[in-house]
Design a protein around this ligand. Structure first.
Ligand SMILES: NC(=O)c1ccc[n+]([C@@H]2O[C@H](COP(=O)([O-])OP(=O)(O)OC[C@H]3O[C@@H](n4cnc5c(N)ncnc54)[C@H](OP(=O)(O)O)[C@@H]3O)[C@@H](O)[C@H]2O)c1
Length: 280
């Protein structure tokens, strides 16, 4: 048995890789460069270049389970279907897909991949988490650093923020348990927070006033395009924010299958001196 983690050095795969390493489960981290930190084994892999699909299997022919982090493009179905088909031919029996709380089977983006996994004779688990703590440090860093503000289109919507370490605990079990316990768990953290409340938490931790500014979905699409996101994907992501503003993440929180233990306050305290949050 060997586990392949796509998005291998990303936010959710990093704590998962550490859990697998600690449990002595053989694993390969896939990245576009093939470079990964020691002591991990890496393989070059690019969703958008089918000639790389075989490289992880050349690196380790025992790969039989895969953690799927989709490519950051809206039309992810063609490359993901192609790779899933290729992997099944290579003997892969189990897939764990990163999706999202608001994405239903058969819906857009990962919803279609969920539907496809369901249609194949494979074991699968579709993780449907709420929003990651790490976004505050990574995605929102530019405006926090420059303007002391978090900018998005989420209004006063509540979110059940979750730690990627809690997600990794569930992903680890889905990859290594004899039988997958839950095939599509909606996953949240222990508490609901609006962005305005988070701005207050950040103000207290960083010792300067941070505010939340909600803008329209269209305006937020432009912000994400400026950050380098393709326009259709940016529009899709800002629509997720509009859905947060409409209370859908709050609803997901109340019907979650898994509630993480890690607290957002502890994450902010741990990272309060992070470069990403320093004023420029
Ligand atoms: N952030 C959230 O709050 C949240 C909530 C729910 C669901 N999700 C979903 O989670 C997924 C992201 O997961 P994550 O945050 O763990 O990942 P991540 O931190 O965004 O990392 C993804 C990795 O994928 C690699 N990558 C980018 N383009 C690639 C390509 N064409 N082919 C192969 N690899 C590529 C990049 O590494 P290299 O540059 O090294 O190749 C990157 O480090 C997204 O689908 C998102 O919708 C996120």
């Amino acid at each position: 048995m060997t586990v392949l983690l796509t998005g291998g050095t990303g936010k959710s795969a990093t704590p998962l890789a550490n859990l697998l390493l600690k449990a002595n489960v053989p694993l390969i981290l896939a990245t576009r460069s093939g470079k990964v930190p020691a002591p991990f084994r890496g393989a070059r892999f690019d969703w958008l270049d089918a000639s790389t699909y075989q490289i992880p299997f050349e690196t380790d022919s025992n790969i039989d389970r895969i953690y799927l982090i989709p490519p950051p493009v809206l039309d992810m179905f063609p490359p993901m279907k192609a790779f899933i088909d290729f992997a099944i031919q290579k003997g892969v029996k189990r897939f764990v897909l990163m999706s999202a709380a608001l994405l239903e089977e058969g819906g857009p983006a990962m919803g279609k991949i969920h539907e496809y996994l369901h249609s194949r004779q494979v074991e699968y688990c579709v993780l449907r988490p709420s929003w990651f703590f790490d976004n505050l440090r990574l995605h929102y860093a530019d405006y926090i650093r420059k303007n002391d503000e978090i900018v998005n289109a989420a209004g006063s919507g509540l979110i059940g923020w979750i730690s990627t370490e809690d997600i990794a605990d569930v992903a680890f079990k889905a990859l290594t348990d004899q039988v997958i316990e839950h095939s599509n768990p909606v996953m949240v953290g222990p508490e609901l927070w609006t962005y305005a409340q988070i701005a207050q938490l950040l103000s207290d931790a960083l010792g300067r006033k941070i505010t939340h500014r909600s803008i329209s979905g269209d305006e937020y699409t432009k912000v994400m395009v400026q950050r380098g996101m393709p326009e259709d994907y940016a529009a899709f992501m800002s629509n997720m924010d509009v859905r947060i503003a409409g209370g859908l993440e709050e609803k997901a929180f109340h019907r979650a299958d898994f509630v993480g233990k890690r607290r957002l306050q502890d994450f902010i305290a741990k990272h309060k001196d992070a470069e990403e949050w320093k004023s420029v």
